[in-house]
Design a binder for this molecule. Structure first.
Ligand SMILES: [Zn+2]
Length: 249
């Protein structure tokens, strides 16, 4: 029976063919066992293939520590605002925001350092809060809102302190002071200039997402002693057998 190294490699990985000349060279050097040939094949393939690397824009949310969350995002060039690429980016951001049940998302959160944000506060969120919370936090529904190259102006400097969270700091929350009213100015997804006056919780969302475009995360401005793992009770109840997932279908 004869099994050449070449045939062996084809069994291991049918996509990969090692050149005959190289194979002879490997065999001359004594790499004859299966594992030696397999590891060599991986190394050799790695010379020209990047492998299953995931490139942005992502379909998940980037996490604190990722340098993209610390950069000041770039303006979307005027000629690119209505380009297919930016449209696709806005769609991806909207999809990821909804998939992760967020009320806002900034482009760096899917790995793209551009000044784009999306926000949405759905009516059904009313069920997730007590009526007192909903009222005192001044929550209100907000239809899907897209801003490209937004600018934020504070219209009510009174600060309110409430707990907030971020999908880029998944599993935690903290109390964060925010201004009570803001005005957002920028372009919509069709390139038209628009402005939107927001108060209460929606003003908070806008400030949070604008912070992302400037490389700021809520942990920079939170009341530090209130920083909380949102599943700490579950950790105790389940003897520590709790994990925070970063992937959602
Ligand atoms: Zn965030």
């Amino acid at each position: 029976m004869h099994t050449s190294g070449h045939q062996l490699l084809e069994v291991i990985d049918t996509d990969f063919e090692i050149p005959e000349m190289l194979l002879h060279s490997i065999q001359r050097r004594g790499f004859t066992t299966t594992s030696q040939l397999t590891s060599f094949a991986r190394w050799y393939r790695g010379l020209w293939e990047k492998g299953p690397l995931n490139e942005p824009p992502y379909n998940h949310v980037t996490q604190i520590g990722d340098p993209v969350l610390r950069q000041k995002s770039s303006l979307v060039p005027p000629e690119a605002v209505t380009s297919p690429e930016v449209r696709l980016l806005v769609k991806l951001m909207t999809d990821v925001m909804r998939k992760y049940d967020c009320v806002g998302l900034a482009a760096p959160q899917i790995g793209i350092s551009l000044r784009i944000l999306v926000m949405e506060f759905k009516e059904k969120l009313r069920d997730e809060y007590t009526s007192i919370e909903y009222k005192t936090r001044e929550m209100n529904t907000l239809p899907l809102t897209v801003f490209i190259n937004p600018e934020l102006k504070v219209t009510n400097f009174e600060k309110k302190i409430f707990p907030e969270a971020c999908q880029s700091v998944r599993g935690y929350s903290a109390e964060v002071p925010r201004y009570s009213g803001v005005l957002l100015r920028g372009l919509d997804e069709n390139g038209f200039q628009k402005e939107l006056s927001l108060k209460g919780w929606n003003a908070r969302i806008a400030q949070h997402e604008m912070n992302h475009l400037n490389g700021i995360i809520y942990t920079d401005i939170m009341n530090r002693k209130t920083f909380t793992c949102t599943c700490w009770q579950a950790v105790n109840a389940n003897r520590g057998r709790v994990s925070i997932g970063f992937h959602k279908k």
